[in-house]
Design a binder for this molecule. Structure first.
Ligand SMILES: [Zn+2]
Ligand SMILES: [Zn+2]
Length: 237
């Protein structure tokens, strides 16, 4: 039973679902109502074995991975489809300073990691880096926040400021598939390769469309001697 103090708190500082505005209990942790949570399309087990894209009709590999199989990462997995509620949540987390949304989004990532990756063999969690100029402008890198939540959950170190972004590329979202691949070429650099040598790594990003960014990070990590690279993103476009 809610106490008088809880009723008072709810009255003074109402907690509402960040997506639909429905009232939530005063102690709600995720700030997303159950109905909106159910609206998220979770990819589950119907995905391409390599790039993790959603394949609702089943099958092992998507059209693109049938053509290209020499990625530098082992495989990529995404939690849900980049549409509707999930798209809105990521947008609010990225551009509207709703840092508390990392609780819900990193929980999605944790579930995806638990079902797809053996964490015992992982040495480091590495977020896909943002160019320093862009980070100053936004004030934070949302992927770093997610990585830190995941690191805490699995008790694994998060490596920051070693894999860095050296080129300010145009936002991938406005580009065609072929343009996206060339847009991120040689965008990333490892500053201290000896920390990477022979290590198993999980790369974390918020949204994946063509795997171009993850692949470029993986090329640089492999060049620095990384052993196995896995990648997990919150959403799949
Ligand atoms: Zn809602
Ligand atoms: Zn694929």
């Amino acid at each position: 039973m809610a106490t008088l103090a809880q009723h008072l708190l709810q009255f003074l500082f109402p907690i509402k679902c960040v997506t639909c505005g429905a009232d939530l209990p005063a102690d709600d942790y995720y700030r997303i109502c159950p109905k909106c949570q159910l609206d998220i399309k979770i990819i589950g087990k119907f995905h391409c074995n390599i790039c993790g894209s959603y394949m609702p009709d089943g099958g092992e590999h998507c059209y693109h991975c049938l053509k290209k199989t020499n990625y530098h990462f082992e495989y990529l997995r995404s939690s849900g489809l980049y549409s509707g509620v999930l798209r809105g949540l990521i947008h609010k987390f990225k551009y509207k300073n709703r840092d508390y949304l990392s609780r819900f989004l990193s929980r999605l990532l944790v579930k995806t990691i638990e079902t797809n990756i053996n964490m015992e063999e992982i040495d480091y969690i590495i977020p896909v880096p943002m160019h320093w100029l862009k980070k100053i402008k936004r004030g934070y890198n949302q992927t770093e926040i997610l990585s830190q939540d995941i690191g805490k959950h699995f008790n694994k170190p998060v490596m920051l400021n070693n894999l860095i972004r050296i080129k300010l590329a145009r936002p991938q979202i406005y580009l065609k598939r072929e343009e996206r691949l060339s847009n991120v070429k040689k965008c990333f650099k490892i500053k201290k390769p000896h920390f990477i040598n022979n290590k198993n790594i999980i790369l974390i990003d918020d949204v994946c469309t063509t795997c171009a960014t993850i692949e470029e990070c993986s090329i640089e990590l492999k060049r620095s001697g990384a052993n196995k690279i896995y990648a997990v993103t919150v959403a799949r476009d």
